[in-house]
Design a protein around this ligand. Sequence first.
Ligand SMILES: [Fe+2]
Length: 369
Amino acid sequence: MQLIRVDALKPGMVLGEDLYGSEGELLLAKGQELTALHIARLASSVFEAVAICDNAVCDNDDLDSAPSKQIISETLRRNTTLALTSFYKAVHTGQRNSPQLFQRLKLHLEEIIDEILHDQGIVINIKTLKRYDDYTYQHSVNVAIISIAVGASMGMNRLALSRLGMGALLHDIGKIFIPKDIIRKPGRLSPEEHETVKQHTVLGYRYLSEHWDVPIEALVGVLSHHERCDGSGYPYGLRRERLSQEAKLIAICDVYDAMTSERPYRKALSPSEAMEHIIGNSGILFDEDLIERFFAKIEPYPVGTPVLLSNGYRGVVVENHKNALMRPKVAVGESEESNMCLDLLNDPRWWDVTIIGVDRKNNQECDPV
Ligand SMILES: [Fe+2]
């Protein structure tokens, strides 16, 4: 089984996982043979890559057994997304105080922390976090998962992770109070509309502090997740020394997940492209120490990524080494050394070979250049 980008799917491929819509409804079941119609539907959704049952692209014993180990279980991720959807909808329809729904969110957050603490060796394949056809809720859950995973890798204790996770999960709650036509506008926002959207930080902070017993660290995360280290952010233009660790970490996770998500008005960047953008702003917009922690937990080239190598080969990443994420195993296609795997970390023959970029022309095949 491997992750295949939606634009590289072909009729006849067999789905290796269940796919769900924003209400938790089953869209396509595992084992479904994809038709052209299914693929067209997926292409117009927010799914970027799906697991496909297939023969491995090269001999690799690990592929069938562990194609993409997930940071938390699919069930928990779905339940958290559904709980967040219900909470947002209740608040939106005027039920500003829904204790059961809020309790459910807190419960799921604790479960997420449990699962992440249980296996801290896992690095995150961002593509496995893009499986629901609804951006708003999936994005918030993703930001929470990634923030908690990075926080755990930094040695934060359980209480600190709960506070961080709560801020991350609810970071955009203030958008409920912004007119929908502005939030959902597919094109560029006017300066006035942009100013309106910027209010979501203060509105979210105010709503949570007035209605719920939310820890101050989480509230500050919500209020400050658009602040930037150089003071160029909003709502107050605070500089790095006045920003909390939670706010600076949520900011990185928020931007990374947003950039790697397909939006109606732009294509998703690849994980490595988003990584380059964030690293390019290291110490300027984002905290450099946190960036280092962040990219020790995130795969820049998830399994299934088509890549260009400095020796001229095109290939597909088939396995990541968790302590050397820039040096994965890459399957290259038919050549003299047909269907071979280049282990960029362990095989001295390839130590001088680097990945020079994502191969956007070759989303699945392994043809050499
Ligand atoms: Fe935001």
